[in-house]
Design a protein around this ligand. Structure first.
Ligand code: GAR
Length: 213
């Protein structure tokens, strides 16, 4: 059984999707063993508590740089015996130390079809504002393996939805979460925990075939 650490900063709806998928036995080969929040006020911590999962707070503002923060985070993850790390709405950019400690063992969910609307400054509601402003007709979500380049790691799963003429950033965010993120993330975590991902350069092959979510 792999020990899964979920990193959060806010509402934690993606954490909830993982907790619910685990309860439905859709995550095999791993179990959520800890939740770490960069924000002491995150509602995600309440969700962890309700599910009896130990929650840890590592406030970003207590460290002088992203690198110092990343090193402290890696220490905590290793002390607690985490095998797999899931960034589920985690809003701090982590540095290469975590990638070295967990190579191809970190997943991130991003609320757009990478490489669109990704990288520095593309997080949370801003991503959907950028998509509407650009005028794209489809958007969606991506789950990828984390490398040192923000949002730049090999793509595991993606799902697209249409943008509707009356969409606002908020309505789009909600639909992308419901129809894409909450389905993709548990599936990707399941695949990683079962060692069903094979990374070849930028391409991730799914052992056992194509996944439709
Ligand atoms: C989600 O939409 C997630 O994809 C996004 O923040 C939201 C967190 O919601 N993450 C990023 O933008 C990271 N670049 P949640 O706390 O309810 O899961």
């Amino acid at each position: 059984m792999k020990n899964i650490a979920v990193l959060v900063s806010g509402g934690g709806t993606n954490l909830q999707a993982l907790i619910d998928a685990q309860a439905r036995r859709e995550i095999n080969g791993g179990e959520i063993g800890m939740v770490v929040s960069s924000n002491p006020e995150a509602y995600a911590l309440e969700r962890a508590k309700q599910a009896n999962i130990p929650g840890y707070v590592l406030p970003r503002k207590n460290w002088p740089s992203n690198q110092a923060y990343t090193k402290a985070l890696v220490r905590l993850l290793q002390e607690m015996g985490a095998d797999i790390v899931v960034l589920a709405g985690f809003m701090t950019i982590l540095t290469e130390e975590i990638v070295q400690a967990y190579p191809n063992k970190i997943l991130n969910v991003h609320p757009a079809l990478i490489p669109s609307f990704s990288g520095k400054g593309a997080y949370g509601l801003h991503v959907h504002e950028q998509a509407l402003e650009y005028g794209v007709k489809v958007t969606g979500a991506t789950v990828h393996l984390v490398t040192a380049e923000p949002d730049g790691g090999p793509i595991v799963l993606q799902k697209a939805i249409d943008i509707l003429p009356w969409d606002t950033p908020e309505s789009l965010q909600r639909r992308v979460m419901e129809e894409c993120e909450w389905k993709l993330l548990p599936k990707a975590v399941d695949l990683l925990c079962r060692d069903n991902l094979k990374v070849e350069g930028r391409t991730v092959k799914i052992i056992g075939g194509h996944v439709i979510v």
